[in-house]
Ligand binder design. Structure first.
Ligand SMILES: Nc1ncnc2c1ncn2[C@@H]1O[C@H](COP(=O)(O)OP(=O)(O)O)[C@@H](O)[C@H]1O
Ligand SMILES: O=c1ccn([C@@H]2O[C@H](COP(=O)(O)OP(=O)(O)O)[C@@H](O)[C@H]2O)c(=O)[nH]1
Length: 240
């Protein structure tokens, strides 16, 4: 029968089309795969603090000492923006330059995919997310709850100085004074309430961003080590 090969071919075409569309939509995994992934068995720590407070700098060091996978929501959005077939490229570029919060469905989709890209890992640092209460609730409802929130406390004057300095080499569209002012507004209006809410749940670890990079990280390390000890776990240095 000639019809069977045709049906098979048609089915294959459809599958390829669906897979391509799924990649464009940012949904790299099927609904079934998402349902099966053990998100609630993972130790997720959100890393929060104003723009330029040291989230990225300290997260990178925690990767080396505790075996975290570091997922920066901003980096994931910038990568998605650059993906030639992304349908969200222009939207993300606009939101970032204006210091606004990208619709959470996009960011959560990217974070979920990125977690699923590391099935071997049980520790995740989610840096720069959630940036408002709606995002926080949506993540908890559709992915899982974070165990802790690492909060880098930093005065606005220090943030400004660091961002302007970073802007000399970062090449980022938002490390300029106009975008920085907008980011600060979003941070104080929308993101600070997230920290206040998690503090009520007793989840916040506060680290002052003042001091040298080494002293800030020492404080960060000690507090994260304390947290792991509290749940019967240890540091996991890469060198060992
Ligand atoms: N303790 C520190 N002292 C001085 N500069 C710092 C310190 N921590 C980070 N920086 C610098 O400040 C800038 C912002 O840090 P970064 O980690 O990129 O912040 P975030 O990820 O919160 O935006 C970077 O240029 C970084 O090198
Ligand atoms: O969950 C997120 C994280 C980041 N952003 C956007 O990405 C920008 C840069 O965020 P990032 O965390 O990279 O840098 P920071 O401003 O903290 O230095 C933000 O101003 C937002 O426009 C967003 O919309 N949602």
């Amino acid at each position: 029968m000639i019809i069977k090969p045709y049906l098979e071919w048609n089915e294959k075409q459809k599958k390829e089309r669906d897979e391509k569309q799924a990649k464009i939509d940012g949904a790299a995994y099927s609904e079934e795969e998402i349902k099966q992934f053990p998100f609630d068995k993972k130790t997720i720590v959100f890393v929060l603090g104003g723009p330029g407070s040291g989230k990225g700098t300290n997260s990178e060091k925690l990767v080396d000492d505790f075996g975290f996978v570091h997922l920066s929501a901003g980096d994931l959005l910038r990568a998605e923006q650059k993906r030639p077939v992304s349908q969200y490229g222009d939207l993300i570029a606009y939101y970032i330059k204006e210091g606004l919060i990208v619709p959470h469905e996009i960011t959560i989709g990217l974070l979920r995919n990125a977690m699923m890209d590391h099935p071997e890992s049980d520790r995740f640092l989610i840096d720069g997310f959630p940036r408002n209460l709606v995002q926080a609730k949506a993540f908890e409802d559709t992915v899982c709850k974070a165990k802790k929130v690492l909060y880098f406390e930093c005065p606005e004057s220090v943030l400004l100085e660091r961002l302007l300095n970073r802007g000399k080499t970062s090449g980022r569209s938002d490390d300029n004074i106009e975008s920085i002012k907008k980011r600060f507004k979003t941070y104080f209006n929308d993101s600070m309430p997230v920290i206040t809410e998690y503090a009520k749940e007793g989840k916040v670890i506060t680290v002052s961003c003042k001091g040298t990079m080494d002293s800030v990280y020492k404080n960060t390390y000690d507090q994260v080590e304390q947290f792991f000890k509290g749940i019967g776990q240890e540091a996991r240095p890469k060198s060992q």
